[in-house]
Design a protein around this ligand. Structure first.
Ligand code: NDP
Ligand code: OAA
Length: 267
């Protein structure tokens, strides 16, 4: 008999809602969303297993916990998920710019024999970066360009008049570690690319507010012993959250499907 794989979902926003719907269709395989954790109480949400109480959430018991909630959620619940005996899929990868937190999560995974999994989520080409890193990478640059609306509610508002922008404006040009901390809701993909490649301090991140685009333009340029590659994606923002692209939940669904599948492609 096929065993049902139990998922705990942290976050029910642009990522979590889409993922929950896809799990519900059964197209990802024998996967059940056993419980969902959010921050604020939502009486009568109609979502089975929804709670804002972490103790009730973790009482459900999981094979894997999927986080699509934010850096604070990683700090609050990441270690507990692993120590409770679940694999942990993190989308808020920028939280791992905190070395102590990253070390604690890896120790918890190791102690409990589970895995800390960083899905490709909103960025492609992590496979080439990780493979290239085996032979040695010399240079990696990640560029993230989004429309001004995507930078509302961030520290960009202190740097520039987002509504008045008429030309692209560089918000950050420096190591991923600093950029991913400064923009916790927008450039987690750069932290994923850095951890796949030459790390948070050696990977250059360029962040741009661009009034001339309506999609998220993400580029990687990398050079190393293998040769060089360039990668570019143009991702449509979700209706729920202009900061988050449509690809993210689709990619997390892909990763969740792989967890429960006897067939793994492109790992
Ligand atoms: N790696 C990648 O490619 C990407 C990663 N991300 C990461 O995913 C996060 C979520 O994105 P998105 O779905 O668009 O965000 P939304 O703002 O649409 O939704 C966030 C959800 O998370 C819940 N939440 C927030 N903080 C906590 C917490 N501490 N504990 C439990 N639940 C919490 C919120 O609950 P409530 O409604 O009750 O407040 C809400 O349901 C981003 O902040 C970012 O860190 C995002 C895009 C791409
Ligand atoms: O969906 C995107 O554009 C990527 C994103 O927000 C992030 O990495 O935090």
């Amino acid at each position: 008999m096929t065993r049902t794989y139990r998922i705990g979902l942290i976050g029910l926003g642009a990522i979590g809602r889409d993922l929950l719907e896809r799990i519900g269709t059964g197209t990802l395989g024998p996967i059940e969303a056993a419980a969902v954790l959010v921050r604020r109480p939502r009486p009568d949400s109609g979502v089975p297993g929804l709670t804002h109480d972490p103790d009730r959430f973790f009482a459900a018991g999981f094979d894997a916990v999927v986080e699509g909630a934010g850096h604070q959620a990683v700090r609050d619940h990441g270690e507990r998920a692993l120590r409770a005996g679940a694999d942990l899929l993190l989308t808020s990868v920028g939280a791992l710019t905190d070395d102590a937190l990253f070390a604690r999560l890896q120790q918890a995974a190791s102690d409990s024999g589970r895995r800390l999994i960083l899905p490709s989520a909103g960025i492609g080409a992590l496979d080439i970066l990780a493979a290239g890193a085996v032979g040695g990478l010399d240079r990696v640059t990640v560029t993230v360009r989004k429309d001004p609306l995507s930078w509302k509610g961030t520290i960009a508002e202190r740097q520039v008049d987002l509504d008045g922008l008429t030309a692209p404006f560089v918000l950050h040009d420096g190591p991923v570690r600093e950029g991913a901390r400064a923009y916790p809701q927008n450039v987690n993909i750069s932290a994923a690319a850095a951890l796949a490649g030459i790390g948070l301090d050696r990977t250059r991140l360029v962040i741009v507010a661009d009034p001339g685009i309506t999609v998220h333009v993400v580029e990687i340029e990398a050079e190393g012993h293998f040769g060089r590659f360039t990668f570019r994606e143009e991702i449509i923002p979700t209706d729920d959250n202009p900061k988050t692209g449509r690809l993210v939940a689709m990619a997390v669904a892909k990763t969740v499907r792989q967890l429960a599948s006897p067939l793994v492609i492109g790992a």
